[in-house]
Structure formats: C-alpha cells, structure tokens
Ligand binder design. Structure first.
Ligand code: FES
Length: 351
C-alpha cells in the first residue's frame, strides 16, 4: 500500500498502459497458438450471443393499445434494446466461459478473449487507476515480507575497521595585538600617579635607610684612636746638643730638645701648645726661637716666653730612658717652670 501511495498519477497511468500492452501482446500470442480451438469455440460464443441479441428482437413492436407505438414507447424500446445489448455483451462472456472452462480449459481463454474485446474501452482516470491498482502488486507489509534486496546489507565481520577520521586541527586563537600606549587623560593620570607613588616610596625608603644608619651611629659611636700617652722617640745619640727635633710635632705634639740648662746638658720634651690661647708655635731654626703664628708670642729654645701675649713658659712632658735604652716620653705628666717643676728629674734626661 505504501508503494501505491507513493506512485504518482502519471506512474499509475504508465503502469496501466504497460499492463494493457502486455495483455494485448499475450492475446495476440494466444490467438496465434490457439487458432483452431478458437474457431471451435467461436460457435458457442456466437450461440451465447444469439439469445442475448434475440431477446429484444422477440418483443413485439406494438403500442400499449395494440396500435402504432408512440415516440415514448419507441424510445423506451430503444433504451431496452441498448440495455439488452449491453447485458448480452456482458452476460454471455461469463456464463459460457465458465461452462467452457469446466469442459475445456483452453476454451475459457477463447471465451474471455472475445469478451475482453467486447468490453468498452474505458479511458477515464478512475477506471485507469482502478485497473492499475488491481494489477499492481502490493508492497511488503512487514520486514519479514520484504525482499532480501530491500533489506540493508549486513556488514562483513572480518572487514577491517575504517581508519580514524583525521581530526582537523583546532583553530588557533588570533593573537591580540598589544594595545598602543594610551595617551588620553586617564592614561596620563595613571602614569603620573604611578610615578608619584614610585618617587614617594623611593624617598621613604631612602629616609628609612638614613634614619637606621644614624641610629646605628648613635648606638655605636666611633672611638677616637688617640695616640698613647707614652711613646719612645729613640736613643740619646739621635738628639745632638743644641738640636730641636720637630718630627714628632704632628703625631705626638712634642719637641725633643737637647739644650744646656743651668750648665747641664739636658734632653727634655716641650709641649707644642702656646700658653696664650693654645695655638701651635713654629720652630724658627734661623732665629733659634719658637714663634706663635696666632698673636706673635715668642719662646726661647728652653721654652721660656720672651715676647707676645703668652703669659708663661711652655710646659714639659715627663721623659725617661726606657728598658731598651731609648728615650720614652710620658704625656700624662706635665711640668711648669713658674711652679719650679722643671727642677724635677722626671722632666729631663741628662745627655
Ligand atoms: Fe700664641 Fe696667642 S696663642 S700668642
């Protein structure tokens, strides 16, 4: 049924025409092969046709009143005649054919063939469709009824698997181009704020570092490396008579002098501090005196002041001969002339 529904009208008409053409071809073949029986069977066919054709002719052509028939009666008779002819054309085809089929199977074909010839040729669409539907084979109503060709072909068991389909590469994400540096107001403000913050943090870091350094210096102050108060200046031979040694001024602030004091040659150590205001006088070898550059005070070789504002003579440090024979100066002790301390033997060494 599904195939019928799918067939279009044109296909149905074509199938009906093809079927008719096949029927005509088969009829021609059977006529050629069955020529003799057909002639034999023609007699019954004609005999069958006779009663049908004789029925209307047997009726009398008279009117109801036994006179001449009216037009209506003539028309009625004509219609009955035509109807009888039609019935005679249909009825003898079946009945004699059935009888002939019981007697001779081959005679049935001869009977049916004239009947088919006598059937009117119906050309309307309904008759064509009916003929096509009656002649077409019904389609399969289930999977079991379907032909093997219509079923899907099973896959061979030993067939190797199809190679995996190549996976297309994933599309690469388009790289986003770096945005150019924004020069708008917002960008400028962000850069400015970042710069200010960077400068502020840098300044804060520097300040913190300096503060930490100062705190460390405060907690751990430098210790002045003052020269020791006792130091050796060499042997006596290094200080000849009348000599003023100035090489210890810068390091120890001491002149080592070999001079005659009270008829006795002594070696003593003078303090290089002016008794006026504390300046350091200079030894003038040509003038054989100590001259203070600050206010002009002058001192002799033995340290006694003779000019300028200096109020008193220079002071002496203690000096002695050490264990190794060298002269050793001790700055922890001083001797003042106005106090008569120069007479102390600790204030000089006899040369
Ligand atoms: Fe030496 Fe004034 S300090 S004269």
């Amino acid at each position: 049924m599904a195939d019928r529904k799918k067939m279009s009208v044109a296909e149905i008409l074509a199938a009906a025409r093809a079927e008719k053409a096949e029927a005509a071809a088969g009829e021609a073949a059977t006529q050629a092969s069955d020529a003799a029986p057909a002639t034999e069977d023609a007699a019954p066919a004609t005999e069958v046709a006779k009663p049908a054709a004789a029925k209307p002719a047997a009726k009398p052509a008279v009117g109801k009143d036994g006179g001449r028939p009216s037009v209506a009666e003539i028309m009625k008779l004509a219609r009955q005649k035509s109807a009888g002819e039609a019935a005679a054309a249909e009825k003898p085809v079946v009945k004699p054919a059935a009888k002939a089929a019981a007697a001779k199977p081959a005679a049935a074909k001869a009977v049916e063939k004239p009947a088919a010839k006598m059937a009117p040729l119906q050309r309307d669409t309904a008759s064509i469709l009916a003929a096509a539907r009656s002649g077409s084979k019904p389609g399969p109503t289930s999977k079991a009824d379907a032909p093997a060709s219509a079923l899907p072909k099973p896959k061979p068991a030993g067939k190797a698997k199809a190679p995996p389909r190549p996976v297309p590469p994933k599309p690469t994400r388009p790289t986003v181009a770096a945005k150019p540096a924004t020069t708008d107001r917002r960008g400028f403000l962000s850069i400015a704020m970042g710069s200010f913050m960077a400068v502020g943090f840098t300044a804060l870091s520097v300040t913190g570092g300096l503060f930490s350094l100062g705190l460390a210096r405060f907690l751990f102050p430098n210790v002045l490396a003052e020269p020791p108060s006792r130091f050796k200046v060499g042997f006596k031979e290094a200080f000849p008579a009348g000599k003023v040694e100035t090489k210890f001024v810068a390091q120890y602030g001491v002149w080592v002098v070999n001079s005659e004091i009270g008829g006795e040659e002594q070696i003593y150590a003078l303090k290089t501090v002016c008794t006026h205001l504390g300046c350091t006088p200079n030894w003038l070898e040509a003038e054989q005196k100590f001259k203070c550059p600050c206010h002009g005070s002058g001192f002799y070789k033995d340290g006694v002041n003779f000019e300028g504002p200096a109020p008193r003579p220079l002071e002496r440090y203690a000096i002695q001969i050490s264990d190794d024979g060298q002269l050793e100066v001790d700055k922890s002790r001083t001797f003042q002339e106005e106090l008569g301390q120069w007479a102390d033997s600790a204030s000089f060494v006899t040369a």
